[in-house]
Structure formats: C-alpha cells, structure tokens
Design a protein around this ligand. Structure first.
Ligand SMILES: [Zn+2]
Length: 692
C-alpha cells in the first residue's frame, strides 16, 4: 500500500514553508541501527492532531483487532520515489542544501561537501541519502532522529530516560506495539491524550489505528529504532508493569495523595501491596538484578533495577502507594516503620521457587520521602576462578605467580563496582589450603569462605582496617587480606606486614595500576620499603558481555576501527596475524532478546592490566617517578593496558567498544557515579556476584 504520489507533492508544499525549529533533548547513546523512518514521507502538522491518512484503513471490527493479520500494513514508501525525492531536495538548483540533509547541515552534523558527495553516490547507486549517511558513519541514528524531529516538527523522545507508565502501556497490546514499532509512554486522562514513541511517526495508519482502538488522541513522538526495540522488549516482555497494575487496581490507596500513617498498618497487610513488593522482587531475581532502587519523586515513585552494573528504569508507581510499599519492605527487613527521618539498615530472605536470595535493605530519607535500596545476594554462589573472571594470557601468568610468592603486597585498583572484591576472593580461594592461615578484614563480609577467618570491620566499635591489621599480626597469619587501604596508617602496616614475611592483599581507589605506587608514596609510605615490598598491582574494571542468545556480527565504522587499532598498536597486528585468512574485522553486538531483557548484554567480564613490580620499577618508586613513567616502563616489560585488554575482548566478540569506553574512562576521583553516591550500600561495598 503506497502513499499516492499526489500526497507527497501536496505535503511537500506545506513543508516548503520551512520547518520551525523545535528544541530537542540532549543526545544520548550511540547505538547503531538504521532508522526505519521514511525520509521523504510527508510532513505531519504540528502536535497534537495528526493529519488523517490519505487512504484510511478499512474499519476493522473490534473483536478482530487483536489478531495480527487483521492489522493494516505499516506504511512503506517505494524505494525509487525516496531516492529521487531526497536527491531533489538535497541538491536544489540554487546550490543550497534543503530537506532533511539540509537540517543535518544546519545542525552541524555533516558538512555540505559530504552531503553533495553522498547525493552523487545516491544517484548512481539508487541508495537513499539517509541510508548512505548512516552506513558511512557520517551520522548516527540519534543525530538522524533529531534532524527528522526538527524537519517533520515531531518531538523527539529518549526512551531510556522516560519511564513506562503502566496505565499508558496497558492501552496498547504488545502485538500492536511490535507490529508498528511504537511504545505508549504517557497517558493524560484529563486531556484525553496518549503519547507514543514511534520509529516512524509518519505512519498515519498506525496513529489512526491506535487512536481508534484506545479512544485517546495520539501524540506521536520520534524515537530511534534501536531505542524502541529495546524499550518494547523491556517494557512488554517482562509484563512487570502489567502485573503490578493488576495489583494496583485493587488498592484503594493508589488514588489517594496522602496516606494516613495511622492506617498504614492495615494498608501494608493488604494483599495488593504485598503482591506489588513480591512481584518487584520476583522480577529482580528473574532479571539477574543486583540491586533494586525504590525512589520517591515529586509525583511518582520510580523503580530501577541494576542489571550487569547498569541501572534500568523498570516501573513507575503512583506516588500514593509509595509509603505503603516502603512500609511493607521495612516490616520484612525488621526496620522501624515510624522512623522516617533517619537512614536504617536491615535484611531479609526472599524465596522464589528453589532459589533463595538474601536482601540487604537500606533506607534513606530524601526530600520526597524515603528511598529504599535492596541489594540481592544469592545464597548459592560459587567463587569464580581467575580465568573465569576474564584474566588471561600474560596478565594471568604474572598475577598467578605473584600469588604464589609467600610474602609481599598485591594490590587491586579501580573505582567502586569494578569487581575488586571478587578478584580478591578468587585469589584467596586459589591459595586456601589447610597449611596456611588466612585472615581477612572486610567491610562488609560478602561471601563466607570455608577455612578462612573473616572479620567484619566495625568502625563504631573501633575495629578499623588499621586496628584490625595490628591485632592480626599477633595471630600469626600467613596471608592477610585488608579490604581497602584508605589511610597512611593502614598503608604503613601493610608494608610492615609484608616485610615481616606475610602475603598481603588489598585494594586502592586509583585509576590505573601504575597510579597506585605514587598514591602510596603520597600516603607517606617510605619509597625504599615500598619498592621492596610490592609484588604486583592489578588495575581492573568490569564490562558487560554481549548476550550469546542474540549476538550478531557487523563491520565496524572506519573511525571506530581506527580508534581500536590505534589503542592496540602492535597488539592489533599480532591479533590479525592469528586470524588466518580474515580480511575484514567484525565486531559483535546483541540485538536484544528475552534472555537479556532486550539489553543485548548478559553477564559480565573483567578487563585488566597487571603491573609486575620489577627491579626497574622498584627503582622508579625510589625515585618517586610519576605514574606515567612507571606505566611506560611497565609497557616496555610487556604490560597490556586495561583498555587494550578490553579492545582485544571486543575483537573476540565478547564485549563492545561502547562498554570498554564506558568503564575505561571512569575515574574514581573525577567522576563519582551519582547513583553510587546516593546509594549507601553500593557506596561502601562491591557486588560479589557475576563478574564483579
Ligand atoms: Zn539477548
């Protein structure tokens, strides 16, 4: 079903009046997938009433509507029409570039020269200008969406920033959403309007269809295709909001602005509230979430899950149920319900079928009410081996041989959440035999390891890293693990312990492995003592793994490949030499499936740099050399940098460039993770599950 040519002409005339500029939200991620919006489909008049379709879909009786076959076809414009049309628009006789390409030039995304070159290619190849711009990497899909939004006067929506209101989602069945690539995200009952995100907001039949079906006036928004696919998978596949909405229907509190505290006792025993909490926890377990955040905002409560280290907004609840939900959790965790002005900590166990999780609950009073964070700790957790964690080749060899030395200091560096604790557990697990006495000082103890004496830090009672370490030395240990070196006293004691024949493991918050040595000197460690006690320093981060269920390969953009090549240097050539017969480098990405909740990632793996403290590096420590001098020496002795290790894992299809760049550029000093800062548990501990 093609739009008659006449329609195009008429609407192009409308457009010739010049599209008004609309302010857009900031650019978001750079996920790459060609947008499916037809570049030359007619402009739609400004919001909120869309132009009626020129060839209205036949009336479909309501009872047939749920059947996919009965849905009208999504609008498709013939290829040929497109390419001539955009070419005509892009290179008009006056020499100035108009049309969509003109907007891209005006927005400073591409130069006129590039557009002219691409238009030329479009004429010879018959490919769309838009398609070529995207394929060549001149424009990414977010930039393209912004340009289209301006060109067609349709607001752009960033779905990763917009929550799913269950009442909006419930207006449109999943089949319809998938069929038309659209997602309802906001419902305004007063105005009788429903806002939907669409890959092709010019698909007037779809707009018309949803309008008839829901009875609401539709306000189409433009979203990138990749964002939409993710969001549709996430919001529908899990049906979390659907289940919670069912429970919400039964609660009388949903519509009430303020909950009477005296009645709270009854409300929280009500089945619906208990059901909401149970559903939220069940989905957290199914979705492999490590944390659940329940956050009151001015008008709503948002629920976010941390999955593979990234927060995902999963649900929006009416503000009216917030206090009841929080109180229900407080009862489970044995906290004081009426204490709302002070932070509280507690825990409880939750069972889903055979699986059991320990939940560590913390509450924090915020201006809009109490925020709750629940950390999920699986009870049946195995200690992963160092190679399971992603440590390999020379780095694994160096680290393993350092672990076998009976004395010295081994440090692991990285920001909070970079998996340091798990690596320490894994290393201790490897050397744990009945012949050695291992003691740990932790804050908090995350795994219980049989055969190891684990001590929990208690600052209030005066059991700190430093005081604990002092008493440890009287207990004749062979191996000591100190959760973190935070001050000069602990640094000093660690050096002393190693010099008196102990093997000491600890962590430090520095960006790079090399950076740990100047940092310890800054803390007051004696250069010559440090030089003789340090064995090795390992820097690390964790990246998400590409989901193995929905992984596909693709040829990376020229610029991206150049960046990878440049960072890897000779390592790239060495890798290519091993790929016999391969002429082209292919990367992997997950397209999103049920297994990974549509994120394209599942599980995590570490990226590492291991600096062996050689004689030459010892000399640099005594000279108080800078971290860059130490790093340079390390590289000359064969150290592979963390970012390089990450890019090698990209070449092997284990993770993506985006992931490596996301974590490799986190600096513990410069860029504190806001979520971690707000989150009292995550701020002090590290997740011990998965790759972390
Ligand atoms: Zn997947």
């Amino acid at each position: 079903m093609d739009i008659p040519a006449q329609t195009n002409t008429i609407l192009r005339e409308t457009d010739a009046a010049g599209p008004a500029y609309q302010a857009q939200t900031a650019l978001s991620d750079t996920q790459l997938a060609a947008s499916g919006v037809d570049s030359v489909a007619p402009a739609v008049a400004a919001q909120p009433s869309p132009v009626s379709p020129p060839d209205p879909a036949p009336q479909v009786p309501d009872e047939v509507v749920e059947q996919t076959e009965a849905l009208p076809q999504p609008v498709k414009v013939q290829e040929e029409t497109k390419s001539t049309d955009i070419a005509h628009q892009s290179a008009s006789s006056s020499g100035t570039i108009s049309g969509l390409a003109g907007v891209l030039v005006k927005q400073g995304v591409v130069s006129e020269d590039i557009v002219k070159e691409v238009v030329g290619e479009s004429i010879t190849t018959g490919k769309q200008v838009e398609e070529i711009l995207l394929q060549r990497g001149y424009v990414n899909d977010v930039q393209m969406a912004h340009a289209k939004a301006e060109y067609y006067h349709i607001p752009y929506v960033n779905l990763s920033e917009v929550g799913a209101a269950p009442e909006a989602l419930n207006q449109v069945p999943e089949g319809v959403a998938r069929r038309y690539q659209l997602l309802p995200f906001s419902l305004n009952k007063a105005d009788k309007t429903l806002s939907i995100a669409m890959a092709n907001p010019l698909d007037l039949r779809a707009v018309d269809f949803v309008e008839k079906k829901t009875g609401y006036q539709i306000i189409p928004h433009l979203a990138t295709e990749s964002d939409l696919d993710l969001a549709i998978n996430e919001r529908y596949a899990q049906s979390l909001s659907t289940e919670v909405t069912e429970a919400l229907k039964d609660t009388t509190q949903a519509n009430q602005k303020v909950v009477d505290v005296s009645q709270l006792g009854e409300v929280i025993r009500e089945a619906p509230i208990a059901k909401i909490v149970e559903t939220v926890l069940t989905y957290a377990m199914k979705g492999r979430a490590s944390d659940v955040h329940i956050e009151p905002q001015e008008e709503k409560t948002r629920i976010r899950y941390r999955i593979d280290g990234i927060l995902h907004e999963k649900l929006v609840l009416p503000r009216g149920v917030h206090d009841a939900v929080v109180s229900r959790i407080k009862i489970l965790a044995d906290l004081k319900i009426d204490e709302r002005r002070l932070p509280q900590d507690g825990r409880f166990t939750f069972k889903m079928g055979e699986e059991e999780v320990d939940l560590r609950v913390s509450t924090l009073p915020t201006v809009h009410g109490e925020k709750v964070v629940m950390r999920l700790l699986k009870k049946t957790q195995q200690v992963p081996s160092l190679s399971d964690l992603g440590l390999r080749a020379n780095a694994l060899k160096v680290f393993e041989s350092s672990v076998q030395v009976p004395h010295g200091i081994i440090l692991i560096t990285g920001p909070t959440g970079s998996g340091k604790t798990t690596t320490l557990y894994s290393a201790l697990h490897k050397i744990n035999t009945p012949k050695v006495n291992i003691v740990t000082l932790e804050d908090p103890v995350e795994y219980n390891m049989p055969g190891i004496n684990q001590v929990q830090i208690n600052n209030q009672a005066g059991l700190t890293f430093a005081s604990g370490l002092r008493s440890f030395l009287r207990q004749d240990p062979n191996i000591i693990m100190v959760g973190e070196i935070r001050d000069s006293e602990t640094a000093d004691l660690a050096v002393q312990a190693s010099l008196t024949g102990h093997l000491v493991f600890s962590t430090l918050h520095t960006n790079s492995a090399a950076g740990a040595l100047p940092r310890l000197l800054d803390m007051g460690a004696e250069p010559y003592l440090l030089a003789s006690s340090m064995t090795c320093v390992m820097g690390q981060r964790v990246v998400r793994r590409v989901c193995s269920h929905c992984a596909t390969t693709y040829v990376p953009q020229k610029e991206v490949l150049m960046e990878v090549k440049e960072a890897l240097g000779p390592l790239f050539d060495a890798w290519m030499a091993q790929q016999k017969g391969a002429t082209e480098v292919q990367f992997s990405k997950g397209v999103g499936c049920e297994e990974c909740s549509g994120t394209g990632y599942s599980g995590r793996i570490g990226i590492y740099e291991v600096l062996s403290v050689s004689e030459k590096i010892g000399r640099l420590i005594m000279e108080r050399a800078s971290d860059s001098d130490i790093q340079r020496q390390g590289i000359s002795e064969g150290m592979v940098l963390m970012k390089q290790d990450g890019f090698l894992k990209v070449l092997e299809g284990i993770t993506t460039v985006e992931e490596v760049l996301r974590v490799a550029e986190i600096s513990p000093q410069d860029q504190p993770d806001m979520d971690l800062v707000q989150d009292p548990i995550a701020n002090t501990n590290e997740q011990a599950s998965g790759g972390d």
